[in-house]
Design a protein around this ligand. Structure first.
Ligand code: C5P
Length: 239
C-alpha cells in the first residue's frame, strides 16, 4: 500500500489517496484553529498526540462493537482509514453545559444536563457551521431521517463507551463532536477524529481543562494538556 496524491487539506489534517481504492491515508498536523478559522496557531506535537489519541479511541470503540473508519497507525502522525464520503454534519453530544450550549441556553458552564443532548451542525465555513434541526437537514438534503436516527443512536453509544472509559481514568467527558461518512456501499460509518481538538475533557479532581479550550481561551499549557490526555489513555508519544 502506497501513499498517492493529496485529496484534501483541512484545518488539522491532510487526506491522501492510496494505492488501494477503498483506503485513505490521513496525516495529522500541528496547526490549530478556532472560532471558524479566525484564531490560528500551532500546538507543538499536536499532530502526533491527536493521531495516537484518535487511534486509541477508535480501537476502543471497535472493540465495543462500534465500527468506524480507523484501520491502523502508519507513523506517529499518520493513520490508515477506510474511504468514506463525509456527510456535512457535525454531531455534537453533550453531558455538561459548556461552550455554545452554555451561551445559547444561558446555563452556567459546568451545569450537569439531566440527559445527554444531541445536536447537529451543518458543516459550512461560509455560514459558520449553523445549528440545524431535522427539518433544516431535510431542506438541505444532506441526510435522510433514517440516517439521522442512526447518527443519534451511534452518538449516544459512543458517549456511553467514552464516558465510562474516561471516568475510570479520572476524566469527565463534557461534550464531543463526531463526523460520519458513507462507504461506497452506502453504509454509514463513524469517521474523522476523536481527540482533544474535538472533545471537552475535564480532570475529575481539579476540573482543569485538558482540551482545545486551553487554546481557544488562551489558558496556556495547551500541549501539556493534550500530552496528559494521551498519558491517561495509556499511550505514549515520541515527540
Ligand atoms: O463550541 P461548542 O460548545 O458547540 O462545541 C461542542 C463540542 O464540539 C466541543 O467538544 C468542541 O470541541 C466540538 N467541536 C468541534 N468542531 C467544531 C465545533 C465544535 O470539534 N467545528
Amino acid at each position: 500500500m502506497e501513499k498517492r496524491e493529496q485529496l484534501y487539506e483541512g484545518k488539522a489534517k491532510r487526506i491522501y489517496r492510496t494505492s488501494l481504492a477503498d483506503q485513505y491515508w490521513v496525516e495529522y498536523k500541528d496547526d490549530a484553529t478556532a472560532f471558524n478559522g479566525e484564531k490560528k496557531g500551532t500546538i507543538a506535537g499536536k499532530g502526533e498526540l491527536n493521531n495516537r489519541i484518535t487511534a486509541i479511541f477508535f480501537s476502543l470503540l471497535k472493540e465495543r462493537g462500534i465500527d468506524n473508519h480507523f484501520i491502523r497507525l502508519l507513523s506517529p502522525t499518520e493513520q490508515l482509514v477506510r474511504k468514506v464520503e463525509i456527510i456535512p454534519l457535525e454531531v455534537v453530544v453533550r453531558n455538561i453545559a459548556a461552550g455554545s450550549l452554555a451561551k445559547r441556553l444561558g446555563l452556567a458552564e459546568g451545569t450537569v444536563l439531566p440527559h445527554p443532548v444531541v445536536e447537529f451542525y451543518y458543516k459550512d465555513d461560509a455560514l459558520g457551521d449553523p445549528l440545524v434541526n431535522h427539518s433544516h437537514i431535510k431542506v438541505l438534503g444532506v441526510a435522510g431521517e433514517d440516517e439521522l436516527a442512526v447518527l443519534e443512536r451511534i452518538g449516544l453509544q459512543v458517549n456511553e463507551v467514552l464516558q465510562g472509559y474516561l471516568r475510570e481514568r479520572g476524566v469527565i467527558l463534557v461534550d464531543f463532536k463526531l463526523e460520519f461518512g458513507r462507504t461506497p456501499e452506502g453504509e454509514i460509518l463513524l469517521a474523522d477524529e476523536i481527540s482533544p481538538d474535538t472533545c471537552r475533557f475535564w480532570d475529575a479532581e481539579t476540573m482543569e481543562k485538558l482540551d482545545k479550550d486551553r487554546f481557544r481561551r488562551d489558558l496556556g499549557h495547551v500541549e501539556e494538556a493534550y500530552r496528559e490526555m494521551l498519558k491517561r489513555l495509556g499511550g505514549e508519544a515520541h515527540v
